[in-house]
Design a protein around this ligand. Sequence first.
Ligand SMILES: NC(=O)C1=CN([C@@H]2O[C@H](COP(=O)(O)OP(=O)(O)OC[C@H]3O[C@@H](n4cnc5c(N)ncnc54)[C@H](O)[C@@H]3O)[C@@H](O)[C@H]2O)C=CC1
Ligand SMILES: CC(C)[C@@H](O)CC[C@@H](C)[C@H]1CC[C@H]2[C@@H]3[C@H](O)CC4=CC(=O)CC[C@]4(C)[C@H]3CC[C@]12C
Length: 368
Amino acid sequence: MADSAETQELVYLVTGGCGFLGEHVVRMLLQREPRLRELRIFDLHLGPWLEELKTGPVQVTAIQGDVTQAHEVAAAVAGAHVVIHTAGLVDVFGKTSPETIHEVNVQGTQNVIEACVQTGTRFLIYTSSMEVVGPNIKGQPFYRGNENTPYEAVHRHPYPCSKALAEQLVLEANGREVLGGLPLVTCALRPTGIYGEGHQIMRDFYHQGLRLGGRLFRAIPASVEHGRVYVGNVAWMHVLVARELEHRAALMGGQVYFCYDNSPYKSYEDFNMEFLGPCGLRLVGTRPLMPYWLLVLLAALNTLLQWLLRPLMLYAPLLNPYTLAVANTTFTVSTDKARRHFGYEPLFSWEESRTRTIRWVQTVEGSA
Ligand SMILES: NC(=O)C1=CN([C@@H]2O[C@H](COP(=O)(O)OP(=O)(O)OC[C@H]3O[C@@H](n4cnc5c(N)ncnc54)[C@H](O)[C@@H]3O)[C@@H](O)[C@H]2O)C=CC1
Ligand SMILES: CC(C)[C@@H](O)CC[C@@H](C)[C@H]1CC[C@H]2[C@@H]3[C@H](O)CC4=CC(=O)CC[C@]4(C)[C@H]3CC[C@]12C
């Protein structure tokens, strides 16, 4: 919990505070933001774990709400000094409609911006995504690029389109006058593939491996690099930006920052095996066991099955045309913009990040 030595005067709001990243942001704020007086957690689905947070010196206010409802957002934002907006539909598996993804990720973000303007909140940090940049629809690699690397960020899938639109809204809102006459200061953080305690997709891979007798079968060449970043370091970057945004508004306002740490550059599957291997799984094959055209066919078949089964059930496997394309396209970042602009250094080393994630996988139901 925060050290009470400093004046506890600030009110923070975290939207999506019960999600995978959001929970880590909430816990990081309570541990490392000594100026917190109140921490508001706004989410469609509140977690039971919130109760344990209400025993500390910081007032923790759980707010069940929907970012698509402007009045609910405005009520939650009113009086907050800082808003960290992580809420969103992270759906690349066809679980929800494109319209719903847009409504939550774009309109929801617009509602957060307008709430800041109308109620006088001056600092807004938006959790964007690497997907705002790529991989693009042409499957062009982005090899250890940075925030200034030229790249044709063209998308067709609803999720990256929604993240790109929302990020643009946030950056364009920088400098708008809020209630009280002062300017709104915004910035956007772009995590690459986040991993760590609570990562649902890692859990899905683990269960898939258990169902296949402790084996996973390589589908992606080991040479395809996919950027990954530990959730604790992403949370730390959010806390640091929220702390520095006021004093460095001229430098940081309207800026985007990739979230990065010292996690190694590997393929998505090989990276996952850093955690699943020590938990008893084995990745079969030094090369993809199927030709790419067969994977494309199977991914298309999954899309057809999803459509046929929709009246009966939700069929949303990991393999679909979009996930295959993303996994099969190199996208890694190499940047120090966050360090240069607000002194970011990863809080957790690769070794610590790996150990924490392995320990978490070992607690996942069904683990040996
Ligand atoms: N997981 C990843 O690898 C990456 C995630 N991101 C971004 O990070 C943010 C958080 O992602 P995750 O924690 O992975 O997802 P998550 O699905 O675990 O968390 C999202 C949270 O938002 C809440 N939410 C969804 N719709 C809502 C609504 N209408 N109103 C209020 N709350 C709502 C959900 O209940 C959930 O608690 C998202 O904006 C996502 O785009 C960015 C890059 C990578
Ligand atoms: C079935 C195999 C082809 C398997 O390798 C598929 C893996 C696939 C589920 C993941 C590969 C890349 C992931 C995405 C990437 O890390 C970027 C993301 C950023 C976000 O903002 C949200 C999550 C995601 C889209 C992430 C989702 C899972 C993958 C597609």
